[in-house]
Each structure stands twice: as structure tokens, then as C-alpha cells.
Design a protein around this ligand. Structure first.
Ligand SMILES: C[S@@+](CC[C@H](N)C(=O)[O-])C[C@H]1O[C@@H](n2cnc3c(N)ncnc32)[C@H](O)[C@@H]1O
Length: 484
């Protein structure tokens, strides 16, 4: 499609993506930004199918997705991710909680437009949930929090802990992302300065954020030695300048803002009954893609997961983590692990021509062996396949099963391929997916957002589409009609 974007005919009413209301800026009791909406975004790692595969990579089986399950998103924002999942997993029930009524109204609007009755949203605080004595308990298979833990007070984190303790089922999984050390070590002063600069600005939140950005640029242009001593700040500043004002406000300007060491988060979660099992980012669980060779060897020699993760974070100078924790899950035996791998479906998540044999990593590119990986990609270009069919392809058919699993994990880690544990998901012509995609596309067009994540049954997940480039998509997106 080129230019001239039009909403597909007959699509439901568009949902506004945000806005910049003037007036109250911080929620009074929690000192959290409510004066500007967080942008509506999709996060792949929140997909229960993505979490299930990450757990499998780490040797665990997440709650099954081909049976009824319950999923709670704490601080769900516009609820875009849980709604997309609700369209793909009719057997799941997706609950979103957020105390910002603008966000919940937007989520509810998209839910109604998509006609999804397996999702529900409530405008409530974590405190409301934690103190709701008569509310449900032990009902959640998944509890996810994206962009929450580093941006709330100690008290609110305790409330979150209480919710996890009460609502997470035995065997249930928690996903939490947060800002971490050591990546923030040299960058924290820039955030401190932003907060002080924001305090003396006037205007709408957006205007004030823009004034803070201009001030930072002015500061950098004075030749301040801090910028020379911390070269990464230049990039950080460019990112701050290019981001949506709502994102900048929520990311940098909340009153509470804490950077964690992994050990602190693991200790917090452990105290609420959820033990660390690994990373929710698939590439982190694939040695070739995760860390350079030397620290990889050091990591492998570490006696505890705390030390292994400490080495990893230092090796990558990591500033953001996506962890998964589980309530009392035991690792699978080798036999059980193989059974779950064999029940896993794989699907190509980008055009075959876009699967380059050189994969970028934060610490340098890596070249893939064409002879090993091309046959897998060529087969998947013809449609999804189960593990056994892929393992039977030459040259994989000569390999040990652990190496076959590794080869597929590399393609998943590179995000060329998605893996769907238990083969769970909806039929290709699912009406829920069709309605979600129509509503999501209408909302994106109304907001003039050319990048949109749409539900793809073959992936049991989303495909990100740029509305100006919709030819030869690798999978079907029911309900998504793109006008030329
Ligand atoms: C950075 S946004 C992330 C939104 C969403 N998870 C996403 O990734 O798109 C944080 C969200 O948490 C909500 N939030 C913060 N503190 C909260 C609290 N104490 N109770 C309920 N929601 C809260 C905010 O309103 C905001 O929508």
C-alpha cells in the first residue's frame, strides 16, 4: 500500500490512542503520571505463547495454552497486547488493571469494537487489588507487568507483591520487565536533571517535556565533561529527543524511579512465592545470541543463577531486563522436555527474503551457516511445521536432538521464526482475530500510526506491519484489508 491510508469499509469505530490533557499530572496518592497517556503499544514478550517458549528454553513447562487459563496484566495501559492475545486464545481470559481511567476507557473501547468477551478491564489501583479480601485468589496462570516495577514506589511494589502472592496459581508464571544495572550506572544523572528541569517548566505535559528535551540539548552543547566521560549518553539523548512525549514522561519523569540489580528483583519475587526461571527474551536463552564467547564460558562456570545473571548483565552492560518467575515449577526431565519440544509448532515470522544469514547482536553480528539454516527457513516459507518434520530435514536429520532444538532456538532468537508450545491457537479464519484486526487497523489509521501489530493465527502472536509495505506478508492476517 502506498500513501492515502483509508480505514477498511465496515470496520468498527476508531479508538483514540492517547492525548495530552492539561491539569492533573500526578496521581495524588501514588505520585504516578496520569496527566498524559502512555502510547498504545504492542509487546511481543507479553504473549503467553512467547512466555511458554521462554520457559521451555529454560527447561520448564508453563501453564498449557490449549486449555482454559487466566492472564492478569498489572498496569495494562491501553490493553492492546492482552486484547490481541484474547483474539488468538479464546480459551484464555485476559484481565487488565490500570488506575488511569483514560487508559482503561481506551482498552474497553477497543475490546468492544473487537467484540471480545474473554477480556475485561478495571480502572483500579494495585492497592485496590491487594486489599480486596473478597476478590479471587489462586486464579492466575500468568501475571505480567511491563514498565511497572521500576516506576512505582516501594509501597506500590509491596502491593504488587501481595497481588502475586494471592493470585498466582501453583505452577503459574510472572513476567516482569524493569530497568537494571549496570547499564544505568552512568545514565542516572541525566534522569535526575530531567526531573529538576521539568519541575520548573510550565504548560501542558507535552510542552514541558519538549522544554526539558531542549534544555538537555543545550546542556550537551555547552561541552559539559559529563557527556565526554559517558559517551553512551549521546545516544540516550537522541532517543529522548525522538520518543513520544507520553513515553518520555512515563519513562523518566515519574516521582518514583528505581534501577534494580537482578538480585534485588529475584529476591523480591522469591519473597512473594515466585522463583527466577530465566529470561522472557528468547535470544537471551540461546548461547550463540546471548553473550560473547568469553563471558559465556564464565557464565557457564557460575555456581548460582544470581551470579550467572550478574555476569550476563555486566557482559552486556544491560539496562533493561525481562525476567520470568514461577510459583513452584520444577524443571522438566529430559524425556518430558523432548515431548514438549515435539509438540511445538514453528512458523516463519518474516518474509523468507528478510531472513538474512547475518544476525545482529548488541555485541556484534553473527553469521549463520547457510547449509544448516536455509533448509529450515525454506520449509517454513511453505507454512508452519511441527518439530518432528523440521528435525527430519537434511542435515538436521543427522544431528542429536539437542542440536536440532538449538538450531530452531537460534531462528526463534533471531525472531525469524515463532515457536508455539502445545501448538495452541485459533483456526486461520477465526472470527475473533478478524474482528480484532479490523478494529486495530481502524484505530491505527485514525491515529495516523503506520506501524501496527496485527494478530496472526499462524504465529499465535502478532505480525508487525508497516501500512506502506504490506505486499507478500509471510502469514495471513484475517480481517486486515490494506487499500492501495
Ligand atoms: C509505563 S505504563 C505501561 C503500560 C503497559 N503495561 C504497556 O506496556 O503498554 C505503566 C502503567 O501502569 C499504570 N500504573 C502505575 N501505577 C499504578 C498503580 N499503582 N495501580 C494501577 N495502575 C498503575 C499506569 O497508569 C500506566 O498505564
Amino acid at each position: 500500500m502506498t500513501g492515502n491510508r483509508q480505514a477498511p469499509t465496515g470496520t468498527p469505530k476508531a479508538i483514540p490512542g492517547g492525548g495530552t490533557p492539561e491539569g492533573m499530572v500526578l496521581d495524588e496518592s501514588h505520585r504516578y503520571f496520569t496527566g498524559i497517556a502512555y502510547p498504545r503499544r504492542y509487546y511481543q514478550e507479553l504473549n503467553p505463547a512467547s512466555i511458554a517458549y521462554a520457559a521451555l528454553q529454560c527447561g520448564y513447562q508453563a501453564p498449557r495454552l490449549d486449555r482454559p487459563f487466566r492472564y492478569l496484566d498489572l498496569g495494562c495501559g491501553h490493553g492492546y497486547s492482552p486484547l490481541l492475545f484474547a483474539s488468538l486464545f479464546p480459551q484464555g481470559h485476559f484481565m487488565g488493571v490500570d488506575f488511569n481511567p483514560v487508559h482503561v476507557t481506551s482498552a474497553e473501547g477497543l475490546r468492544q469494537a473487537a467484540g471480545l468477551d474473554n477480556a475485561s478491564f478495571s480502572a483500579a489501583s494495585f492497592q485496590d487489588l491487594a486489599t480486596d479480601e473478597r476478590g479471587p485468589s489462586g486464579d492466575c496462570d500468568f501475571i505480567v507487568m511491563h514498565g511497572i516495577m521500576s516506576w512505582v514506589s516501594e509501597t506500590v511494589r509491596r502491593e504488587i507483591g501481595a497481588v502475586i502472592r494471592r493470585r498466582l496459581k501453583p505452577g503459574g508464571i510472572v513476567y516482569a520487565s524493569y530497568n537494571c544495572q549496570p547499564g544505568w550506572a552512568g545514565k542516572m544523572p541525566i534522569r535526575a536533571l530531567m526531573v529538576d528541569a521539568y519541575a520548573v517548566t510550565t504548560g501542558t505535559v507535552e510542552e514541558r517535556v519538549n522544554k526539558v528535551r531542549a534544555f538537555l540539548r543545550q546542556m550537551a552543547d555547552t561541552g559539559a565533561l559529563y557527556f565526554d566521560a559517558n559517551p553512551a549518553i549521546k545516544q540516550q539523548l537522541e532517543a529522548i529527543e525522538s520518543l513520544d512525549a507520553g513515553y518520555v514522561a512515563h519513562e523518566y519523569l515519574n516521582e518514583y524511579w528505581r534501577v534494580f540489580y537482578h538480585k534485588e528483583m529475584a529476591t523480591f519475587m522469591g519473597g512473594h512465592g515466585a522463583g527466577f526461571i530465566g529470561s522472557g527474551t528468547h535470544a537471551d536463552n540461546v548461547p550463540l545470541l546471548a553473550v560473547p564467547e568469553k563471558p559465556r564460558a564464565l557464565m557457564a562456570a557460575m555456581p548460582t543463577s544470581l551470579l550467572r545473571e550478574g555476569v550476563r548483565d555486566m557482559a552486556l552492560n544491560r539496562q533493561f531486563r525481562r525476567d520470568i518467575y514461577a510459583n513452584g515449577l520444577a524443571p522438566l526431565s529430559l524425556d518430558a522436555l523432548l515431548t514438549v519440544h515435539r509438540g511445538t509448532r514453528y512458523a516463519l515470522a518474516r518474509r523468507r527474503a528478510d531472513c538474512a544469514m547475518v544476525v545482529p547482536r548488541s555485541f556484534g553480528d553473527v553469521a549463520l551457516h547457510e547449509g544448516f539454516f536455509a533448509p529450515l527457513l525454506d520449509r517454513l516459507a511453505a507454512g508452519p511445521a511441527m518439530f518432528d518434520e523440521l528435525a527430519a530435514l537434511a542435515p538436521l536429520n543427522e544431528w542429536a536432538v539437542a542440536d536440532q532444538v538449538q538450531a530452531l532456538q537460534v531462528l526463534v532468537g533471531a525472531d525469524y521464526v515463532r515457536a508455539i508450545v502445545d501448538g495452541a491457537g485459533v483456526a486461520a479464519d477465526s472470527p475473533t482475530v478478524r474482528r480484532f484486526n479490523q478494529a486495530a487497523l481502524a484505530a491505527a489509521l485514525a491515529d495516523d500510526q503506520p506501524d501496527v501489530a496485527l494478530a496472526a493465527p499462524a504465529l499465535s502472536g502478532a505480525l508487525r506491519v508497516h501500512l506502506d509495505d504490506t505486499a507478500d506478508l509471510p502469514v495471513d492476517l484475517p480481517g486486515a484489508t490494506f487499500s492501495a
